[in-house]
Design a protein. Structure first.
Length: 254
């Protein structure tokens, strides 16, 4: 189940994959039950299956609430999953949801825990969020922020080259053009390329807003890529929200 969820380029929620795998698990359980399990074992397995179904439903509600902008409701659902079999599956979207709520300190703590994950892709994704959150929360000088980001980037590593380029962008060692060029030349699968493009748009836009303080360039990036992005990427609600806000500001300034 984790593999189905995490094998895409940016841990985006392929909800269909998750649901299909869960259905297979549930069907398999029913087949086992029909092959003559004892009454007591059947009762125990039924209870276990009920818990799985309830967790599955809670997870789906949490995801639906997140994409609908009901972040408070999503948090309640994610919190319920902490001590269930869905704890690891829901950890990334739960952390992203905290950031969507504007609860950046809690999100930073959640992603800090995820940087210790045995899942390499999950760890690397969390490391990118650490860069975004550091820049988003920063209240000091630009010079000190640049030093902080450079230290974070140099202390970590990313395997996909486009992710490494995103990280180096925050350290002032790459350009936005090189980030997107690496995606177009090295991510061959079309679905994964769309996922990577969404991820890059979000983090590059965050860099322009929070590190370079260039809202005009961020607006241009968001508007230019909006029709190319994955609608079920975890970063998509952030992009839509920032794009709408920047466009509104641009109209008001005319």
């Amino acid at each position: 189940m984790k593999q189905a969820l995490y094998e895409s380029s940016s841990l985006r929620l392929h909800i269909g994959c998750v649901r299909n795998v869960l259905n297979i698990i549930l069907i398999g359980s029913c087949v086992i039950f029909s092959q003559g399990a004892s009454a007591s074992n059947f009762s125990n397995n039924s209870a276990s299956t009920t818990v799985v179904v309830e967790s599955k439903t809670t997870f789906e509600h949490a995801v639906d609430d997140y994409f609908a902008g009901r972040y408070g409701e999503a948090k309640k659902a994610f919190d319920k999953l902490r001590k269930t079999d869905y704890a690891s599956v829901s950890a990334v979207p739960a952390a992203v949801n905290l950031a969507a709520m504007g609860n950046y300190s809690s999100a930073q703590k959640a992603f800090s825990r995820l940087t210790k994950s045995a899942n390499v892709r999950e760890k690397e994704y969390a490391q990118l969020w650490q860069l975004w959150l550091t820049a988003k929360k920063w209240r000091g000088s630009n010079k000190e922020l640049n030093k902080k980001l450079e230290r974070l980037v140099n202390a970590q590593d990313w395997q996909p080259s486009y992710m490494k380029n995103i990280a180096k962008l925050y350290a002032g060692q790459e350009t936005i053009e090189s980030v997107f060029n690496s995606i177009s030349t090295q991510v061959l699968d079309e679905a994964l390329r769309k996922d990577a493009l969404t991820e890059a748009t979000f983090f590059a836009g965050g860099y322009l807003q929070n590190v370079k303080h260039d809202n005009a360039a961020a607006m241009q990036l968001f508007n230019g890529n909006l029709n190319k992005l994955n609608s079920v990427s975890l970063e998509r609600p952030f992009i839509d929200r920032e794009c709408a806000a920047l466009n509104k500001l641009a109209l008001q300034s005319k």
